[in-house]
Design a protein around this ligand. Structure first.
Ligand code: ZN
Length: 625
C-alpha cells in the first residue's frame, strides 16, 4: 500500500518520475526499533503475554470450559488505556464476518478443502468473566475481536494480570483448523482468549479472523492443565509435568528408549490402541503441561491413539494416529527426517518435542504440534506432514504477521519444503523434478489482469495457493539459483531466522536483512516479485562474429521484469558452453549487446537454456541452430 502513496509523493515533487526498474524501493524509514541493516534495533521491543489455563472437556456435551490468567507486560513506550483480545471461537458465532458472509470453502491443489464456516454449526465463546484485580472489565465484542477497557492506563514497563473464565462448544466439524470427530478425537486450537499484538508499526492489530488469514501472536510462557476422561491420551504444545499421573510405567520406559532412537519406538502399539479404544475407563485425568517462549498452545485428545516416537539431537519426535490411518506407519520417519533437515539447513529446532497428530484437520500448525490428515499417496502424505512442521520455522520461530503477509509464512515455508521433498525423495523421479511444479503453477496462475501482487492481504487474494504459497517459493528459488547463488542466499536466510527468532519481523526487515548480508541491492527484485505482477520476457535477437575470437550477442528484455541472463552458446562442432550475465546489464535500458570471447564460431544462442525462469514467451529465446 505504501508503494502507491510514495509514487504520488514523488509525482508531486518532481515533473519526471524515476521509472527505472532499479530505483529504490520506498521502504518505511529505519528506526531505533528496526535498524537500517534489517536487524532488530537497540530499542526493539515487543509485548509479552503469558498464560495459566485450567480447562476441562466434557465429552458428553463437547463443551470446553476454562479459567485463565493472562500476565501481560507492556514493553511499549505507550500507555495503554484499553487492550484488544482475540476471541477466535467467535468465527462460529452469528456476529462473525465469516458467518455473515457465508463464503464458499477454499480449495487447494491436491484436493484439500478449508471450510471456515463451520458448515452451519453455530457456536462461539461465552466470556463468563474478564477481570483485573477483582474488578470485572468493560468489554465490547466485534466478532472475533474484543476490546477491553482497563481500570487505569497500563503504563510503559508495567504489567497487568487478567482473570478470565470462558466456555464454548467444540464444533462437530473443524472450520478448517480445529474440531472433533464425534467424541473420539478432539483437535483444539484457537480456543482461549488471547491478546492481540501491539507493535511499533500498527499499534494494535485487531484485523478480524475470517479464515484465509492466519495469525499474528505475542510470545510468552504457558502453564496449562487439561482435565479429560481418564481413557484419553493427550498430545500438546509443551512438556508434560506429571508423567507418572498420565503415562503407564511401560509407556515411560518406552519413551526413555525413544529419546535417542533413529527409528520409531511404539509407545502405544496398534493392539494396545485398539484395546484402549474398546475399554471404557471411569473418571477423569488431569494433564499438566508447560511451554516456554511460544506464540500459541494447542492440543489433541483421543482414546484411540497409536503413538510412535523417536529422537533426534535431544528432540523427541512424536506421531499420534488412529489405528485406521495405515499411511502413518511411516509418518515418524518422515517427521524425523523433516525436523533434522530443517534444523540443519535453516537453524536448530528450539523446543523439546515435535509432535504431529493424524485427524480431521487438513493441515494446521501450532508450536511443537501439528494437525495432519492421513493421505494415501506417499508423496502427498510426506508433503503435508513436512509442510506443517516447516511452520515451526515460519511463523513459530520467526513470528511474522500472517494476517497481512502470508508470503512470509506460507511462502517461505513452501520454499523450504521443496528442499525437504528433494531430500526425502532424492534419486526418485518425484524428488528430482518436484520443484518444476512451480513453473507449471506459474503457467496456470500468473494470468495477466487476474494475478495479484504478493503483498495483497490473504483475505483479498483470489488465488491463495499461488499468491501465498507457490509464487513466493518460485521467487526464492529464482533468487537463490539465478541472482545470489546458493551459499550467499542460504547464509542470508539463516541470518534472517537468527535475527528474528521469537520476534516480529516486517517485510522491510526481511528485505534489509537480505541486502545487508548478501551485500546486494535487491530493491528491483522485491518490487517485481512482491509489489507488482511483473512478467519476464528475455529474448535473443541475433548474434554475429567479430574478428576471429569474439561474438556480439544482441539481447532484449521485452517484459516488465528484469533478471540476470543465462546464455548457452552453441558451436559449429556440436559443443556448447554457458555464460551468465549479471542483472546490471539492464541498467541502461532494455537492450544489451554482450561482447563475448568465443574460441569457435557461434552458430546458435539459447537464453535460459535449462528453462528455469518463468519466461512468458520462449519463442524468442533462441537464435540460429
Ligand atoms: Zn501452511
Amino acid at each position: 500500500m505504501f508503494v502507491l502513496c510514495a509514487v504520488t509523493t514523488i509525482a508531486l515533487q518532481q515533473s519526471v518520475a524515476d521509472t527505472s526498474p532499479f530505483r529504490a524501493l520506498p521502504l518505511p524509514a529505519a528506526t531505533r526499533v528496526r535498524s537500517s541493516g534489517g536487524a532488530p534495533g537497540p530499542e526493539y521491543w515487543q509485548q509479552e503475554a503469558s498464560y495459566t489455563i485450567r480447562a476441562s472437556l466434557d465429552t458428553a456435551s463437547s463443551l470446553l470450559t476454562g479459567t485463565e490468567t493472562i500476565h501481560y507486560v507492556n514493553h511499549s513506550p505507550d500507555a495503554l488505556p484499553f487492550v484488544w483480545v482475540q476471541v477466535e471461537q467467535n468465527i462460529f458465532s452469528k456476529q462473525s464476518v465469516t458467518y455473515q458472509l457465508n463464503q464458499p470453502p477454499l480449495h487447494f491443489a491436491g484436493g484439500a478443502v478449508f471450510d471456515f464456516t463451520g458448515k452451519g454449526f453455530i457456536g462461539g465463546i461465552t466470556i463468563d468473566r474478564f477481570a483485573a484485580g477483582a474488578q470485572d472489565l468493560v468489554r465490547t465484542v466485534y466478532g472475533t475481536m474484543m476490546r477491553v477497557e482497563l481500570p487505569t492506563p497500563l503504563a510503559p514497563g508495567s504489567a497487568i494480570d487478567f482473570d478470565v473464565a470462558w466456555h464454548f462448544p467444540v464444533p462437530p466439524y473443524g472450520g478448517g483448523r480445529m474440531g472433533r470427530v464425534g467424541n473420539r478425537l478432539y483437535e483444539i486450537g484457537q480456543w482461549y482468549p488471547r491478546l492481540v499484538v501491539y507493535d511499533d508499526v500498527n499499534g494494535w492489530n485487531p484485523l478480524p479472523y475470517i479464515g484465509a488469514g492466519e495469525f499474528y501472536l505475542e510470545y510468552g510462557d504457558y502453564d496449562v492443565t487439561l482435565t479429560l476422561p481418564a481413557g484419553y491420551l493427550v498430545a500438546a504444545t509443551g512438556t508434560v509435568q506429571n508423567p507418572t499421573d498420565v503415562w503407564s510405567p511401560a509407556m515411560r520406559q518406552r519413551l526413555e528408549q525413544a529419546q535417542a532412537a533413529a527409528e520409531r519406538v511404539q509407545i502405544v502399539t496398534k493392539a494396545e490402541a485398539t484395546a484402549n479404544g474398546a475399554r471404557s475407563t471411569a473418571g477423569t485425568k488431569t494433564w499438566h503441561l508447560t511451554a516456554t517462549n511460544v506464540r500459541d498452545f494447542a492440543w489433541a485428545a483421543s482414546p484411540d491413539f497409536r503413538w510412535d516416537a523417536s529422537g533426534w539431537n535431544g528432540i523427541r519426535i512424536n506421531t499420534f494416529y488412529r489405528p485406521t490411518a495405515a499411511p502413518w506407519e511411516e509418518a515418524n520417519r518422515m517427521a524425523r527426517f523433516t525436523i533434522q533437515h530443517f534444523s540443519e539447513t535453516w537453524g536448530l529446532y528450539p523446543w523439546p518435542h515435535a509432535t504431529t497428530v493424524e485427524g480431521l484437520i487438513e493441515g494446521m500448525e501450532y508450536p511443537m504440534l501439528t494437525f495432519v490428515p492421513a493421505i494415501e499417496k506417499r508423496e502427498d502424505q510426506f508433503w503435508v506432514l513436512m509442510h506443517e512442521f516447516g511452520h515451526q520455522w515460519f511463523p513459530m520461530m520467526v513470528g511474522s504477521d500472517e494476517r497481512r503477509y502470508p508470503w512470509m509464512d506460507e511462502g517461505f515455508n513452501t520454499f523450504i519444503d521443496y528442499g525437504a521433498a528433494e531430500g526425502y525423495f532424492k534419486g526418485t523421479a518425484y524428488g528430482d523434478t518436484v520443484r518444476r511444479e512451480l513453473l507449471t503453477a506459474f503457467g496456470v496462475s500468473a494470468v495477466p489482469g487476474q494475478e495479484q501482487p504478493l503483498i495483497t492481504k490473504p483475505v483479498e487474494q483470489r488465488d491463495l495457493a499461488w499468491g501465498a504459497y507457490q509464487k513466493p517459493a518460485l521467487m526464492l528459488t529464482v533468487l537463490r539459483d539465478q541472482v545470489l547463488g546458493r551459499e550467499t542466499f542460504e547464509r542470508a536466510m539463516r541470518e534472517y531466522v537468527q535475527r528474528w527468532k521469537f520476534k516480529h519481523p516486517q517485510p522491510a526487515d526481511f528485505f534489509r536483512t537480505l541486502a545487508n548480508v548478501s551485500g546486494r541491492d535487491l530493491d528491483w527484485f522485491w518490487r517485481e516479485w512482491v509489489y507488482t505482477t511483473a512478467r519476464l520476457d528475455q529474448a535473443v535477437d541475433s548474434a554475429r562474429a567479430v574478428g576471429g575470437d569474439s561474438t556480439y550477442v544482441f539481447l532484449a528484455n521485452r517484459g516488465s521484469m528484469v533478471l540476470p541472463v543465462t546464455l548457452q552458446l552453441r558451436y559449429a562442432d556440436g559443443t556448447s558452453d554457458t555464460r551468465m550475465l549479471p542483472v546490471e546489464m539492464w541498467y541502461l535500458g532494455d537492450r544489451f549487446t554482450a561482447r563475448l570471447a568465443t574460441p569457435k564460431p557461434v552458430v546458435g544462442v539459447v537464453v535460459d537454456p535449462t528453462a528455469s525462469l518463468p519466461d512468458v514467451n520462449r519463442g524468442n529465446n533462441r537464435w540460429g541452430k
